[in-house]
Design a protein around this ligand. Structure first.
Ligand code: NAG
Ligand code: NAG
Ligand code: NAG
Ligand code: NAG
Length: 449
């Protein structure tokens, strides 16, 4: 190699190094920028919208898929997934993780559109891909878990029916051993293993919180439903904006030219308010049985504690995610601190959007509205609240924020059933390194902070 080509080479390398440095610098800058925005306190309000963040995050999700693949010619079939939205999500993730353990693709299961616990014939099966995006799921979860369609089957071998055991003697260890046996030998030769018996929510659990979180992240609502959620969120923000500009007009009449920053994005608080009769009966029983007195919160307690979160005087909409039975109960709309403007779907005028859909979809819309809220307040004993907080914590974690208890973050969550500082609700974050989902998602007041 002569001198000139050597120097050309080194120039080339130098050049590549420089552009690599630029890329690194750009990445670092982006991360720092996002962190700065995320760490904004409540009065600061960053400009990033939840949706844009989703975009950024789904890219980072794709980058770190270091998992080995899942076989595409062996399948697992599970019974119809039933009960409430969050029980269905957990059951679905459990089915996915079972398929992963067997190194099989999960045949796309049926969810249930309605909430009938006992009457099996009224469960209204609804295909998974009517609620969540099928291809998006597979691309986000690539290498970790996979969904397949019945039309992919070759039907060369018979189906193997795997009966889940039950009863006191069917321990977690035994269940695990049973699954392990099914992952080899003659059982594994079958194209399809079909689990018969109980629905996946009732199976023994073998997986850490992180694995569940990984599956939940791949669940993206179909456009038709997420657009409905967009409508509700923008209605909430519009109302907030209107009230804010009114206040600002009075405050800064003389300074008419300044476009106020707080009207650009009107933040809102979502409260998952569980005070309906059924819940109250359930939670009183739970308190008696467990000897814990932090489960039930009255209307007054919730209203008072939420009022102690924000110090800002700017009008802020509080979206109340409540059971339909409370929509005619005007007492949940009164008694709020000055500056907090309580709305439920009826007062907001969006109940028509909800009414068009079956129970499962209504619940999915409310879940979105709560997840995207600037501040979320829920009950740590509710699965719905717990999964909302898990999703919010996971987003923070993806942005590099692992502890948000003691600092101001962009999307804080609180548990109103636990008393925190200055008579407010306690800050709430999911412990992602917990070994079981149960510890963080149902029947628990472990909220890390
Ligand atoms: C599944 O099986 C394939 C092929 O045998 C292997 O390459 C892959 O690592 C396995 N994946 C898991 C998650 O065990
Ligand atoms: C196997 O059966 C499924 C459903 O029963 C069907 O959709 C699929 O096309 C069949 N596969 C082949 C290769 O015939
Ligand atoms: C609320 O009240 C309206 C009329 O006042 C009634 O038509 C509706 O059924 C009630 N809804 C609930 C959930 O009680
Ligand atoms: C999170 O859970 C792990 C495992 O159970 C535990 O060791 C750890 O102390 C928990 N962290 C917090 C902050 O509670």
């Amino acid at each position: 190699m002569d001198l000139s080509s050597k120097s050309k080479l080194s120039r080339l390398i130098g050049c590549q190094l420089t552009s690599l440095t630029y890329i690194c610098l750009a990445l670092v800058t982006m991360v720092l920028f996002l962190r700065a925005v995320l760490l904004h306190s409540f009065s600061g309000y960053g400009v990033i919208e939840w949706n844009n963040l989703d975009l950024i995050l789904s890219h980072s999700l794709l980058l770190n898929s270091h998992d080995e693949g899942i076989r595409r010619d062996k399948y697992l079939e599970v019974p119809q997934i039933v009960w409430g939205l969050n029980n269905q999500k957990i059951a679905f993730a459990r089915a996915c993780l079972t398929a992963r353990m067997l190194n099989r693709t999960l045949l796309m299961p049926s969810l249930s559109a309605s909430l009938f616990y006992k009457e099996i014939d009224r469960l209204q099966p609804i295909s998974f891909d009517k609620v969540f995006q099928f291809d998006k799921f597979n691309s986000l979860c690539k290498g970790f878990v996979q969904l397949g369609r019945y039309s992919d089957l070759m039907n060369q071998t018979g189906i193997y029916d795997l009966q889940k055991g039950s009863g006191r003697k069917w321990t977690v260890e035994r269940d695990m051993e049973h699954l392990k046996q099914s992952s080899r030998g003659h059982v594994d030769e079958h194209e399809v293993i079909r689990i018969v018996g109980k629905n996946p929510f009732l199976w023994h659990d073998h997986w850490p919180v992180e694995d569940y979180a990984r599956v939940f992240e791949c669940l993206v609502l179909v456009d038709e439903i997420s657009k409905e959620a967009d409508k509700v969120v923008s209605k909430i923000r519009q109302i907030g904006k209107k009230h804010r500009s009114k206040t600002e007009m009075i405050q800064s009449d003389f300074d008419a030219n300044t476009e106020s920053s707080s009207t650009a994005t009107a933040p809102y608080i979502a409260v998952h308010m569980r005070v309906e009769i059924d819940w109250m009966i359930h939670c009183k029983k739970l308190e008696q049985r467990s000897g814990v007195n932090q489960i039930c919160s009255s209307k007054q307690e919730i209203i008072e504690r939420v009022g102690n979160i924000v110090s800002s005087e700017s009008p802020t909409v509080v979206y109340l995610a409540v059971a339909d039975s409370l929509l005619n109960d005007s007492s949940i709309l009164s008694g709020w601190k000055k500056g907090l403007l309580p709305f439920e779907k009826k007062k907001l005028g969006v109940d028509g959007i909800y009414k068009k859909h079956p129970y499962l979809i209504q619940s999915a819309i409310d879940y979105e509205v709560c997840s995207r809220a600037d501040i979320f307040v829920g009950n740590s004993f509710s699965t719905f609240s717990s999964l909302v907080v898990l999703e919010r914590t996971q987003k923070m974690k993806r942005m590099g924020i692992t502890r948000s208890c003691d600092i101001d973050v962009r999307w804080p969550s609180y548990a109103y059933n636990i008393l925190g500082e200055s008579n407010g609700p306690q800050k709430w974050m999911t412990n992602m390194s917990d070994s079981t989902l149960q510890a963080i998602s149902y029947g628990s007041n472990a909220i890390t902070c």
